[in-house]
Design a protein around this ligand. Structure first.
Ligand code: DGL
Length: 277
């Protein structure tokens, strides 16, 4: 048993879709979420810059003695998961491998589409992950730079967003994909519109659900669930405006956010890093 909280972070609000799933699948665990809204978006940034952000945020979360870290951002997972896992002694998972595994299991014709930010798609991480499970899978990936912005400004239905999704998905549909990885933590909020455009024959894979499942398996194997009883209140930190975070974040989380704590960048606190190896 381990009653410490789970630390989760993203470039903005999208990772709250992962928090929502974690809260659903792990009803006793306390979550601590950091949304780096002041530096959103991560998608157009370089891997090197993202690695710096990721290390900085993990150091921040370690101040709260978290037992596990979830990088609930595809762009940050693609750029920095491996480096972070090598550096820190605490267990860390990202969102890419769980999504890739689910897609390989779901596809019937072994043609899988992947949509995400520029950083995620150009890293090729989803393709690499899928191919380690099934080398015969054909992956069709596409960067959709505008889609996370639609979500972040709460425009998740309507002509404009539907038009953009159609424009992005048309080539993938023509490629004959039967499964589509929503490779950005913002996209689950667009899933209704994406499903409408993609049609009934394409299965949508949300990494949020799969990541929560993977976290649950980890905690099970390490026997580090929090003991039952009332779950402590989740905590939310934001590097940007607390009001916007609380208002829009509630939609991502699927429930009200009572309090958001503002964190000013750069972080001042220093944590003793434990280097592995
Ligand atoms: N949430 C980020 C991800 O999953 C996308 C948004 C951004 O560009 O920061 O990749």
């Amino acid at each position: 048993m381990d009653s410490r909280p789970i630390g989760i972070f993203d470039s903005g609000l999208g990772g709250l879709t992962v928090v929502s799933e974690i809260m659903r699948q792990l009803p006793h665990e306390q979550t601590l979420y950091f949304g780096d809204t002041a530096r959103f978006p991560y998608g157009p940034r370089s891997a090197e810059e993202l690695r710096g952000f990721v290390f900085e945020i993990i150091d921040f979360l370690l101040i709260y003695d978290v037992k596990f870290i979830v990088i609930a951002c595809n762009s940050a997972s693609a750029a920095a998961l491996e480096a972070a896992q090598q550096f820190y002694s605490i267990p860390i998972i990202g969102v890419i491998e769980p999504g890739a595994r689910a897609a390989v299991q779901a596809t019937r014709n072994r043609r899988v589409g992947v949509i995400g930010t520029q950083a995620t798609i150009s890293s090729g991480s989803y393709i690499t992950s899928m191919k380690t499970i099934d080398a015969g899978v054909k992956a069709y990936s596409l960067a959709c730079p505008e889609l996370a912005d639609f979500v972040e400004r709460d425009e998740i239905t309507g002509e404009r967003v539907e038009g953009a999704i159609k424009w992005y998905l048309d080539p993938l549909v023509r490629d004959g994909i039967d499964s589509l990885i929503l490779g950005c933590t913002h996209y689950p909020l667009l899933s209704e519109t994406i499903a409408k455009v993609a049609g009934d024959d394409i299965t949508l894979i949300s990494s949020a659900e799969e990541t929560a499942r993977e976290l649950k398996e980890f905690l099970q194997r390490k026997d580090s669930f929090r003991e039952g009883g009332v779950r402590p209140e989740p905590r939310f930190f934001s590097s940007g405006d607390e009001g916007v975070f609380g208002r829009l974040g509630a939609r991502f989380l699927g429930q009200e956010i009572a309090r958001v704590e503002r964190v000013h960048l750069p972080f001042k606190a220093k944590v003793n890093r434990v280097e592995k190896g």
